[in-house]
Design a protein around this ligand. Sequence first.
Ligand SMILES: Cc1cc2nc3c(=O)[nH]c(=O)nc-3n(C[C@H](O)[C@H](O)[C@H](O)COP(=O)(O)OP(=O)(O)OC[C@H]3O[C@@H](n4cnc5c(N)ncnc54)[C@H](O)[C@@H]3O)c2cc1C
Ligand code: FES
Length: 1274
Amino acid sequence: MEVNGERFKINSADPSTTLLEFLRFNTPFKSVKLGGCGACLVVLSKYNPELVQVEECSINSCLTLLCSINGCSITTSEGLGNTKKGFHPIQKRLAGFHASQCGFCTPGMCISLYSALANAHHSNSSGLTASEAEKSVAGNLCRCTGYRPIVDACKSFASDVDIEDLGFNSFWRKGESKEVMLKSLPPYNPKDHLVTTFPEFLKKKKKVDNGLDHSRYHWTTPLSVVELYKVMEFANSGDSLKLVVGNTGTGYYRDVDQFDRYVDISHIPEMSKIQKDEKGIEIGAAVTISKAIDALNEESKSCYVFKKMATRMEKIGNHSIRNSGSIGGNLVMAQSKKFPSDITTLLLAADASVYMLNGEKTEKLKLLEFLELPPILDSKRVLLKVEIPSSTSDILFESYRASPRSIGNALPYLSAAFFAHVSRQEPSRNGVKVDKCLLAFGSYGSDHSIRATEVEKFLTGKFLSYNVLCEAVCLLRGIIVPGEDTSHPEYRKSLAVGFLFDFFYPIIESSNIICSLDPAKSLPFLSSSQHVVESNEFQPVGEAVIKVGAALQASGEAVFVDDIPTLPDCLHGAFIYSTEPLAKIKSISFSEDVTPCGVFAVLTFKDLPQEGQNIGSKTIFGPGPLFADELTRCAGQRIALVVADTQKHADMAAKLAVIEYDTTNLELPILTVEDAVKRSSFFDVYPMFYPEPVGDVLKGMKEAEKKIILAKFSLGSQYHFYMEPQTALALPDEDNCVKVFSSSQAPEYVHSVIATCLGIQEHNVRVITRRVGGGFGGKAVKSMPVATACALAAHKLQRAVKMYLNRKTDMIMAGGRHPMKVTYNVGFRSDGKLTALELTMLIDAGIEPDVSPIMPRNIMGPLRKYDWGALSFDVKVCKTNLPSRTAMRAPGEVQGSYIAESIIENVASSLGMDVDAVRKINLHSYSSLRKFYKGIAGDLVEYSLPLLWDKLEISSEFNQRSEMVKKFNKERDFSSTDYPSGYAEANTGKVSILSDGSVVVEVGGIEIGQGLWTKVQQMSDTLGLIQGGFTAGSTTSENSCEAVKLCCIILVERLKPLMEKSGSLTWNMLIQQAYAQSVNLSASTLYKPEFTSMEYLNYGVGVEVDLLTGRTEILRSDIIYDCGKSLNPAVDLGQVEGAFVQGIGFFMMEEYTTNEKGLVMQQGTWDYKIPTVDTIPKQFHVEILNTGHHKNRVLSSKASGEPPLLLAASVHCATRSAIREARKQFLSWNCNDGNRDGFGMDFELPVPATMPVVKGLCGLYSVNKYLEAKIHGK
Ligand SMILES: Cc1cc2nc3c(=O)[nH]c(=O)nc-3n(C[C@H](O)[C@H](O)[C@H](O)COP(=O)(O)OP(=O)(O)OC[C@H]3O[C@@H](n4cnc5c(N)ncnc54)[C@H](O)[C@@H]3O)c2cc1C
Ligand code: FES
């Protein structure tokens, strides 16, 4: 094979080795990464000898087996462009559109876009369209940018894009002519820039031979069905056997890692071809989904069903999964492993059949018969091909799927596909008759896709009417029965009913029936605008400079901890964690008492050095243990560290660990905040973190004309989902020293924890953090135990030890945002003016204090954004037997802001008033601002919220849109944020001038994607110092900048005498003279901001939305964000958009829950859905407002990393408004029977407002109600 033009010949490889493992461990190319979907992508080039052409597509290297790409050529992002040969225009444009923050996802984005460009070039002479460009990254996850800049970079390659529609970038400034804009873009020319190569020597290769030592490795590549049969026969009966095409199945069934035999079936011509004739189309089982889609599209003119199937299949997985996953693999996973396949549902409705190899015979079965067989995987039967019949005219075919993301890689809650043959009985008035129908449903938690035959029978021969449809949907409700452990069973049922209604209802309503239904709604185009004012007052500070290293991140050359080359004897660690919340640990062993392959040691608290301590983390509120001692205190607590020769072996061993627990004589664990209250289990909160009440609440309540008493709601958690999981590498060094590379937001703390744990002095420890692949607070405290465990193992075993947490373990240990329960009393006047608010809050902090005691202060900051009249509160930080919660972007602040909005909503609802009128009447005057915020309120000129509010009302066309929304029965919303920001964290800076005049800048803050290096470089050029504290609270960039600025002032003072003496000098000459005269050219400072200057207010406002059948689509969001005087508006814009989209995840999508023992339930990208490109606002307008002077701020700048996240509450509020409209409609169909079904206008919308939640509140069976109303003539 070839990688980036370099030839690799492999003679021995474990057949379970993935391409990713090979690339990362055996080649210098590290741009492919494991951790976030899309980060592992590569371009695969394959020679097709029959067509005499090279075929190219993107694939997931983490799923592809190395042996299956024998004879192929691979290109990674480094292969597209790099520092040596020059960056590729894709890499340059992603950098110039400010589309890379932490950079972990960026190489994958490059490959996705490259693949789309290559595809467009080969298939369509007019090139990539804007719509294709937008969809090209639909399967890639990015947690930092909010996607908008990535989409703009992609669209800059589209042939049909209006260049003026592209967003803020470093290539041109607003107002420049189109010609100038076009010229400024790094040029792209397919001839020069479609750079993937395919070497001649691989084309000449005739025989498929993997070159492996067959006595050791059982990988076979049969070239015909006969050969395949012989291979199957030859296998011993007990051998586990894996037929391989794409191997994407392992993405879902991660647990099975190793088989006895691997059989590559992709070279068998009978299984790889597609045949078409007038009867239909036959697709070989080894044909990839992408190729099947192409073939169906080619036949779409002759058969309407094929077109529909192709369109639907484009929603399966993502480009790369469709490029390597086969039709046969999908069907067999559905048949044998209950995989919730979309394809089986489609094929059932299309009346498909399959051919199977059974022994030497080939048998043909209807698809349903095939699905109902016992699992064929156990019986050595092979699926050979699928046959889909053509359908003639007068038919209807439609398919549906309800999934958390429309095209961004998410399995559906339910899929459905319907085929109907109907006829109109002219001139009869009976309407439309159903002659035949096939109704298929799947992915709802059944064993496999099914046909609703009873409903089919019922409908066949009937004339469609409201009554008939009503009976049909009632019948269907009894047929769709999700399996026992399926989540949201009633919601899934309701979807089936809704889809059936959607299929037949238009036929009843309309006379235009045949082949006219086409609800495959195309994705509205993403449009955006950014308004950014650059300031040249402190140039280059204030300029929108490209993020330092952005192109390097895009090419994948940027080095993350796991990319650091290690010695061949490096060991790898994996944590064994508890599954019990409170229990004695009796023993730790491995399944069947066999030590798994590659295991070197298992370390527990008993292995700590005598002088050391069992400490794995610390904050100002106290330490947390590295391992559980005799007692585990929460599910997910670290019990031991398995150390093995490879990461794969360490992970497998940790999975095989067996812990014996004993709960006798132990009290029950505390698993809820209510339990904590009963048992008085709380963490202390220092007075400085417990704000004071405001005004006299008793008096305020007396003045109230109306009250809401004891209203309650709760808020859930959220996982950080940094794209690079927790990782560290420790190297033992001479004289009891240890060097640790840690992906941490708090290296200073990591340093101290390691020294204390190992019982050595701090100077014996060196912690290095170069960059972090996303943190969002999750790599502050929670990075410490990972680095400490590696250091402990390295110290004890005197070998390098690395650890790269798998996503499941990472999710289990991360703790996430603080969930909380809120109860309140609020008093107000009839005009909506608030008079008093009394709050009680129970915060679930988990088992360790972490940073939880800061929560009361953080919550109360944004909560004071309205003039409540008077405010009092009782906040308890509860200690529970759950993993400790930690800081996550805008910790407490996002909840505080939401609580305020939620109360305002409730007040408006109880008064029947417009919610924005209630908001507006309660916005602070400057005097009430001073009452609520005291010293941090700033000067009157700094109070920019009223200005922002008015500005946004105009720029968002609020009034016109509001009218439009009313007409269309949709809603919109306002929300604002006041954000006391930051911690009084000191930050260090050191500036040294080297003899050649170049400058080294060192700062304590860490680059986690937020652009800290860039901002610091604008102050002066940069690297990490020891006294860095936490890189958190959004203010580290500013403080690092100030520290560097102070160093520069010192150096200038030292150089001044020389300059004055020598007159005008070049920089280099000046430095040479300074060296000659032994001037100290290194200066360091510690900048400690005043506590009061660290707290200041940020303002921003957002508008919104539309909602349909449980799925919410954010049609438009407008944000104006006051950045003070932005240090770098490009970086700040990225932070605002990224934070807002992360907030959308919190409010709308991300469920991070625990089971009855407190163990986290979500285990990866399959069940934890962060926003993708198709979930961000369709119109996204952001303005960075430079509001001039702010006296206590570094060069008048304000933070942008966290406050904008709060604004995403606007999406939630708008959803609530839309639901209210839906409920009004639902009630209007109630046929005057007086039954409101509990459907009042006062309801609580949980966070996150996921599809099932929203649909539930809109009425699961609104369809039935609607039909009943129709029957009654309403
Ligand atoms: C991230 C991701 C997202 C996905 N999203 C969707 C989705 O939205 N909708 C959907 O329907 N599917 C989805 N899938 C499933 C995907 O379609 C299948 O994983 C893929 O089609 C399997 O094909 P494969 O060639 O990779 O199979 P492999 O992984 O190579 O094989 C899967 C299993 O089938 C067996 N097998 C393969 N071929 C045959 C054969 N011809 N005869 C007998 N046994 C055989 C193998 O032994 C193995 O046990 C998704 C998968 C992933 C990883
Ligand atoms: S830049 Fe995309 S994950 Fe950080």
